[in-house]
Design a protein around this ligand. Structure first.
Ligand code: ARG
Length: 454
């Protein structure tokens, strides 16, 4: 048996225990460095403002700490910040660096705090930023689809139900239908954002501390919408916002996967309504003729993964006792993987859609007489026949259906949201308003960060 131990700030442990418990934190926590510095800057500022006979840190000392935190955050932005295994995580790495630079002052910053408190606030700040960026990328893809639809103009497309030819539609209707569904996923992301926008800081290990912490002060300094009132509840809420975000991400991935599936089907040589850009297709090592839609297949595949991570997050939480438990560390891994997967998927799909071409001839030649069956029955209704009689008349004599002009058919439908009634101005205004709100909140968060870390 190897009895060697490894020293850490929190005690000496067996090296295998250290590796097992640290897990992927030294890599994952790099993403939290900026937010950890911001959280600590707010905490130290608040500590320096506490009315005590002997201050924990003076205002001048807090300013020195903030300056040093600004330097560490800048280092992390340049990729020069590293977390050692004996640090265990970003929180200890930042404390070590502050202590190396500021001596005893660095040792004071953890007063009235715990790492549970730190990680909870870091994750929420990171999430707020990442959700907003995901929303911007979601809107980018929706806008790309809308543009594709506008460019395709009124190219008729056979609308399908059960994958069978159904009624006259257009490429524009297909593309903007997907665009709208994707953009509406912002509602779920916004729900996750609102949960992330609550401040847990000042809960310490989950039970508060005998110091007059001003928790609302850090809420304002960090730009949260409000404070999570109950310290125990604040610590338990860790994991819940990760799960809520993963649920929004899983649903968004499902929507993207359905788009991918349509693109795969409609670009098959048997359909060839759409042509995918060749540089986004991959070849075969044996069949020289192949241009495969691997990207789109992987969108389907990665959707399974994101659903898996959502399930993992809920499973992680469902039987967890109250208070901090180390399992929560894995919730961080799950939501970070989820975000990364969804964001790369959004970006690559936007590229594919931007390069995709609609083949008007192939789209038109797919119209068989049956596609007009409903329109024929509705013309009979216009002539006074009751709908059900018209329906049976057409159904009983499908052989009488003839070739019709698909362009005329799609132009004849003009009510809201149908082939002749797609409102691009409405989409543009909706997407622009959402983009503006995302940008304003990203700027506000950055301004809070700059104010704390200057
Ligand atoms: N890396 C840890 C996490 O993500 C930080 C909190 C550690 N707290 C503790 N009590 N061991 O959960």
């Amino acid at each position: 048996m190897n009895m060697k131990t490894e020293k850490t700030i929190t005690g000496a442990v067996d090296p295998d225990v250290l590796t097992y418990t640290v897990g992927e934190d030294p890599i994952l926590d790099l993403e939290l460095a900026k937010w950890d510095c911001m959280g600590t800057a707010a905490h130290v500022t608040m500590l320096s403002e506490m009315r005590l006979p002997r201050p924990v840190v003076t205002r001048a000392e807090a300013a020195r700490v903030r300056k040093e935190l600004g330097r560490i955050a800048a280092l992390s932005a340049e990729g020069g910040f590293t977390i050692r295994e004996d640090d265990q995580d970003v929180h200890m790495a930042v404390e070590r660096m502050l202590t190396e630079k500021l001596g005893d002052l660095g040792k004071k910053i953890h007063t009235g705090r715990s790492r549970n408190d730190q990680v909870a606030v870091d994750v929420r700040l990171h999430m707020k930023d990442a959700i907003l960026r995901t929303e911007a990328e979601t809107l980018e893809l929706a806008e790309e689809l809308r543009r594709f639809g506008a460019k395709a103009g009124k190219i008729p497309l056979v609308g399908r139900t059960h994958l069978q030819p159904a009624m006259p539609s257009t490429v524009e209707m297909w593309a903007t239908g997907h665009a709208e569904m994707i953009a509406d996923q912002l509602e779920n992301l916004e729900a996750a954002y609102r949960l992330a926008d609550l401040n847990p800081l000042g809960s310490a290990a989950g039970y508060g501390v005998p110091l007059p912490l001003d928790r609302n002060r850090t809420t304002r300094l960090l730009g949260f919408s409000r404070t999570l009132h109950n310290c125990f509840g604040a610590s338990m809420a860790r994991g819940e916002c990760e799960a809520s975000l993963l649920s929004a991400l899983a649903q968004l991935m499902c929507v993207l996967s359905r788009l991918a599936e349509d693109m795969i089907i409609f670009s098959m040589p048997e359909f060839a309504y759409f042509r995918l850009p060749r540089e986004y297709c991959t070849g075969s090592s044996i069949m020289p003729q192949k241009y495969n839609p691997d990207v789109l297949e992987l969108v389907r595949g990665k959707t399974a993964q994101v659903i898996g991570w959502q399930t993992a997050a809920l499973t992680l939480l469902h039987a967890m006792p109250g208070g901090y438990n180390r399992d929560l560390q894995d919730a961080k891994l799950l939501y970070m993987k989820g975000l990364d997967t969804v964001r790369t998927t959004l970006r690559i799909l936007a590229k594919l859609v931007a390069g995709m071409k609609a083949d008007a001839d192939r789209c038109r030649s797919a119209f068989s007489p049956e596609v007009f069956a409903t329109d024929v029955a509705l013309r009979m209704v216009a002539g006074g026949t009751p709908w059900r009689d018209a329906y049976h008349e057409v159904r009983d004599h499908l052989e009488r259906l003839g070739t019709e002009d698909c362009d005329v058919a799609v132009a004849a439908k003009s009510h809201e949201g149908t082939t002749g009634g797609i409102d691009h101005a409405l989409y543009r205004a909706r997407f622009a308003a959402a983009k503006k709100s995302v940008k304003a909140r990203l700027n506000a968060l950055e301004a809070k960060c700059k104010a704390l870390l200057k």
